[in-house]
Design a protein. Structure first.
Length: 324
């Protein structure tokens, strides 16, 4: 597999500029398999540590894998603080390194993004160092008005019976509770696809109209599949939600630790229950068309530290399994 290495000059700041991710429209009649394009790798060698950053693309809606390795092994037990875009990052010790996952919101404006590392051991004089990454703008797909989707009116109207509105609120509360769960990192391997056969029918953050009304950006990726097709966990984790919801249909959320979640919508059947500990590749449900859906498919989503990201950017990461 082709990989791309970006070697950075030895200064306090480094800049990464890459071509925006593709935003071509995917035709329903001719879905294309997921391509195996090379990722970008940033390697930085400092006096006291090395820094590795991997991403499918350094752009909006993606996730960056970070690995910080002190040159002296005994320093791994020292105190470190990393912040990304001004928000503290959850670090996990992995052998002689510290690893983390940095989400880039799809709504982030183009420009400089700051990574800060604080450590009195690594930076004896100043105690901290900042790095900047320049992100190229990404144009997410917009479906033309003449290609709008027709769904049941009950999913787009605000005039609903009280019992339905109450159920929608219950579903919202259940989702918020699930995404608020906290646990240590539960996996050590790279992510995998949720279906055996992968065909994408709708990309991440596509915006389209529903019944002549503007819909919200698509918060995940849709995969084509027949009703009953097995759905697999993309990573080790714990089930924190498994129930019928109004918009998502039969809905499952997996907690992978460190505020990393994957979620699976519109399933025909749910094969797990809240509290189950699942392994990567374990069947957790089947493809269906429940909730706000126009046909059998799997909607796969991912959220990291409260930020929606393209789940394919997690699946594309190659360095999680590496120990050296």
């Amino acid at each position: 597999m082709m990989v791309r290495y970006l070697f950075i000059l030895s200064t306090i700041f480094f800049f990464v500029q890459v071509v925006p991710a593709e935003s071509r429209e995917v035709k329903k009649k001719s879905p294309k398999p997921v391509s195996a394009l090379g990722n970008y790798f940033v390697k930085k060698e400092e006096k006291n540590f090395s820094l590795l950053m991997e991403a499918r693309r350094f752009t909006r809606g993606e996730v960056i894998f970070l690995k910080l390795t002190p040159k002296d092994k005994k320093w791994i037990n020292e105190s470190y603080k990393v912040s990304w875009l001004g928000k503290d990052v959850i670090l996990t010790k992995r052998e002689n390194s510290m690893i983390a996952f940095l989400p880039i919101s799809p709504d982030t404006p183009a420009g400089a993004m700051t990574l800060e590392i604080v450590s009195k051991i690594l930076f004896v004089k100043r105690g901290q160092k900042q790095y900047q990454i320049i992100l190229e703008p990404t144009k997410f797909q917009v479906i033309k008005k003449n290609q709008q989707i027709k769904v049941d009116e009950k999913f787009v109207t605000k005039e609903l019976p009280k019992e339905i509105l109450d159920f929608i609120q219950e579903c919202k509360n259940a989702k918020e509770t699930a995404f608020a769960k906290t646990s240590p990192l539960q996996f050590q391997k790279n992510f995998k696809n949720p279906l055996e056969t992968i065909y994408i029918t709708s990309k991440f953050y596509v915006r389209r109209d529903y019944n002549n009304k503007q819909g919200r950006p698509h918060g995940g990726v849709d995969f084509r599949g027949k009703t009953g097709t097995p759905v697999y966990a993309i990573q080790d984790g714990t089930v924190v939600l498994a129930q019928k919801t109004y918009y998502e249909g039969n809905f499952t959320i997996l907690d992978h630790g460190n505020k990393i979640f994957s979620f699976y919508m519109h399933q025909d059947e749910i094969k797990v229950k809240v509290g189950d500990v699942v392994k990567q590749g374990q069947q957790i449900g089947t493809v269906g068309s429940t909730g706000m859906s126009t046909g059998p498919h799997l909607h796969l989503g991912a959220k990291i530290n409260g930020v929606l990201v393209d789940p394919l950017s997690l699946i594309a990461l190659q360095s999680i399994s590496e120990t050296n």
